[in-house]
Design a protein around this ligand. Structure first.
Ligand code: ZN
Ligand code: ZN
Length: 147
């Protein structure tokens, strides 16, 4: 899925928000964002920890969990509950899309269906409500796992 910002622009926003909160700048926080941006996909905390270790051997899994929690809370990344080995993460600055998740192998497919998008708006309107966001996950047995 297409990215909406360059990595540099996202890191700039991160640094600004850290400055405003009076937090200490951390190289690892930026590395987590860079790993997720470059991968373009949905990574588990373990996969992220592995990739960061290349650059910084001190990055332990528990500190990666803390960094991910912070980045998700601040809206820089999105967590995706997969029902298959816990949450996976992706960069938040992507075009809107929904997910198909294989319950057997954990494969994640991104999709956009204009009709489903429209129907969700209509359902909310039917109840006199204004749709703010939605989270749509289809749990499947994928083609590979079915054959
Ligand atoms: Zn599968
Ligand atoms: Zn996605």
């Amino acid at each position: 899925m297409e990215r909406l910002e360059t990595l540099e622009a996202i890191l700039e926003r991160l640094r600004k928000s850290i400055r405003e909160k009076g937090l200490k700048n951390s190289k690892q926080r930026e590395e987590v964002l860079a790993v997720l941006y470059k991968s373009g996909t949905h990574l588990s905390p373990e996969e992220i920890a592995q990739q960061i270790k290349l650059a910084d051997r001190g990055a332990s899994l528990s500190s990666v969990y803390r960094l991910l929690a912070y980045l998700e809370q601040e809206g820089f990344i999105s967590g995706l509950k997969t029902n298959h080995g816990g949450k996976r993460y992706e960069i938040a600055s992507k075009l809107h899309h929904d997910h198909i998740i294989c319950l057997e192998c954990g494969e994640i497919i991104e999709f956009v269906d204009e009709e489903i998008e429209r129907l969700q708006l209509e359902v909310a309107q039917k109840f006199g409500a204004k749709l703010i966001s939605h989270d749509m996950r289809l749990f499947v047995k994928c083609e590979k796992c079915s054959s």
